[in-house]
Ligand binder design. Structure first.
Ligand code: CDP
Length: 591
């Protein structure tokens, strides 16, 4: 492992309130007997120097590894940008596996199925998550040539993957996450839709049904569609598309599972169709990948780019953002993520080859809800949507420019000449994709900001994390706004803690109530519109949950699914409050 000596005057990072706990539990290196062997400063220098050291091999580079390492260190410890968890955990170590997202193929034979189980175990051990499509497996009860017996089908094999995952905890701390996808035209689709009916079943999987354009049109026209056995190509059955769609809606209403992904739409945006078809995404759905492909993500904390005193009530989306600094950070982050590809050691040679051919990276944002609070713009408003488009449009445009600059210094990604970009005379780019909006589940805790592009779950809440430990949090922007209005006080805080929301507190000024909205205060259609706004400026996909109140109906979910389709989303995940007994985040009520 290449390393650069730590400069003597390197400042200590100023940790956010919960950063210490999270870093200690999961990220700081430990000796065999469990003692910490590094400090947060060591950690961020380990990462910065390992990623910057890759610069040395590019003759065309205009940067010295030493000064680049310092820039990367400052970038991370200002909390303006963080790479995904495996990079923080493993950069500069012998393991050296730096990507959060993988997709593995599952072929229709016992050998291929168990290869995939084994490869997934290797990936989970290194902190990555895996996505699979089970669509190539022959349907249950079809004949197995070699034995004369009958096949058990995708859902049955899914159980093996789930159990294997259960046994392997990622890096000793986090359990592997999986995505399982089945095409809607697979004969076992109804079993798959019902797979998570019993609570606790397939707990290590997110499941999504892969919807095709033909299926969506059949729903629209109320027609039947064909179910095809993947092994023979034969049409074995026909179903009424609306019945299947209604069942999907019903199950999502009951438990949030399965989600849906629009497979044809994902493949329409596949930048390298000659390299293969995309059949799955990573566990949280934001990163579609080819079989054996991996991707490393990183997120920019938008709340750091607020310029106080520049608010403009007439056009809030225009003012109040330090665009020059955001541009600098986007360029440096793209550079960082491209170096991560070189620094990463992959668990299989096949994965390393696929990754280095396309060099996908996924730069996204977090702290969006915080920025809205700072600017005084409501999430559920046209101004909120406009701001999302402006910011992500900027990140996308500058991100592509940065990738084009890297291509000039280092050459385009090897598959560029046969990519859609080359056909459309765009680029050359260093990376087949540049942007992805990740959930930032733990990164946002480290950076002390709201996660991804989600609204706050509550203004005040207790967070269940890391094996039963709890953190109490009051949103600092909310606290500041209350103080500025002369409203802070223990009684008020008690009512906010109990509810999480301030919508029922009539005595508070309307402006405050309009801006400080939480996930449950926001109408589902605004959640969806926000997802679509970010998707319009993102190469890959957007991790987002559309929250619905407990009282939402199946028709409400149907409408959201349909809107997601019409608005150009790549998939959609809904969650009806209270439909599962265990929630990661919970407000005071009902605890
Ligand atoms: O914040 P952090 O970098 O830890 O992760 P995230 O943004 O919440 O999730 C990004 C991706 O990391 C997910 O889509 C998965 O591919 C992977 N992941 C995982 O494999 N296991 C987890 N427990 C969490 C995330």
């Amino acid at each position: 492992v290449l390393m650069i000596a730590m400069p003597k005057n390197l400042p200590q990072p100023q940790l956010k309130p919960n950063t210490d706990v999270v870093l200690q539990k999961r990220y700081l290196r430990k000796s065999l007997d469990g003692k910490l062997t590094e400090t947060p400063r060591d950690l961020f220098w380990r990462v910065a120097s390992a990623i910057a050291a890759e610069e040395g091999k590019y003759e065309g580079s205009s940067r010295e590894p030493e000064s680049l390492a310092r820039d990367f260190y400052d970038l991370m410890t200002s909390w303006k940008f963080l790479p995904n968890s495996p990079t923080l955990m493993n950069a500069g170590t012998d393991l050296g596996q730096l990507s959060a997202c993988f997709v593995l193929p599952v072929g229709d034979s016992i050998e291929e199925i168990f290869d995939a189980v084994k490869f997934a175990a290797m990936i989970h051990k290194s902190g990555g998550g895996t996505g699979f499509s089970f669509s190539r497996l022959r349907p249950k009860e079809s004949r197995v040539g070699s034995t004369g017996g009958v096949a058990s089908g995708p859902v049955s094999f899914l159980r093996i993957f789930n159990t294997a995952t259960e046994q392997i905890k990622q890096g000793g701390t986090r359990r592997g996450a999986n995505m399982g996808i089945l095409r809607v035209d697979h004969p076992d689709v109804l079993d798959f839709i019902r797979a998570k009916e019993k609570e606790g079943e397939f707990n290590n999987f997110n499941l999504s049904v892969g919807l095709t354009e033909a299926f969506m049109q059949a729903v629209e026209k109320d027609e039947h569609y064909d179910l095809r056995a993947p092994n023979t190509g034969e049409v074995v059955d026909r179903l009424r598309a609306r019945d299947v769609f209604d069942l999907l809606v019903k199950k999502a209403w009951q438990s949030g599972d399965p989600g849906i992904v629009f497979l044809d739409r994902i493949n329409r945006d596949n930048p390298t169709p000659d390299q293969g078809e995309i059949e799955s995404t990573n566990p949280c759905g934001e990163q579609p990948l080819l079989p054996f492909e991996a991707c490393n993500l990183g997120s920019i904390n938008l709340s750091c780019f607020y310029l106080p005193g520049h608010n403009d009530d007439a056009d809030p989306a225009r003012a109040g953002i330090d665009w020059d600094e955001l541009r600098r950070v986007v360029h440096l982050s793209v550079h960082f993520l491209d170096n991560v590809i070189d620094a990463s050691l992959f668990p299989l040679p096949r994965i390393a080859e696929t990754v280095r051919r396309n060099r996908k990276i996924g730069l996204g944002v977090m702290g969006f809800a915080d920025l809205l609070f700072e600017l005084g713009v409501a999430y559920n408003s046209q101004a909120g949507i406009d701001l999302a488009e402006r910011i992500m449009g900027f990140v996308q445009e500058e991100g592509h420019k940065a990738s084009a600059e890297l291509a000039r210094e280092r050459g385009p990604f090897p598959a560029y000449p046969t990519s859609l970009y080359a056909k459309k005379k765009k680029g050359p780019y260093r990376n087949a994709t540049v942007t992805t909006i990740a959930p930032t589940g733990t990164l946002s805790i480290i950076a002390g900001c709201s996660s991804g592009v989600e609204p706050l779950f509550a203004l005040c809440f207790t967070r269940n994390i890391l094996d039963g430990e709890r953190l109490v949090e009051v949103n600092p922007h909310f606290e500041a706004a209350l103080a500025a209005a002369g409203l802070a006080g223990p009684e008020l805080m008690d009512s906010v803690v109990a509810k999480g929301s301030i919508q029922d507190l009539d005595f508070l000024p309307a402006k405050l109530r309009n801006v400080f909205v939480t996930a449950m205060d926001i109408e589902p259609v605004w959640h969806l519109r926000m997802q679509a706004a970010f998707q319009r400026h993102t190469d890959n996909a957007v991790s987002k949950t559309v929250n619905l109140p407990n009282s939402a109906t199946e028709q409400d979910i149907f409408d959201i699914y349909w809107l997601a389709y019409k608005e150009g989303c790549k998939g959609v995940t809904v969650y009806r409050d209270g439909c599962k007994s265990i929630q990661v985040l919970a407000t005071g009520e009902g605890q």
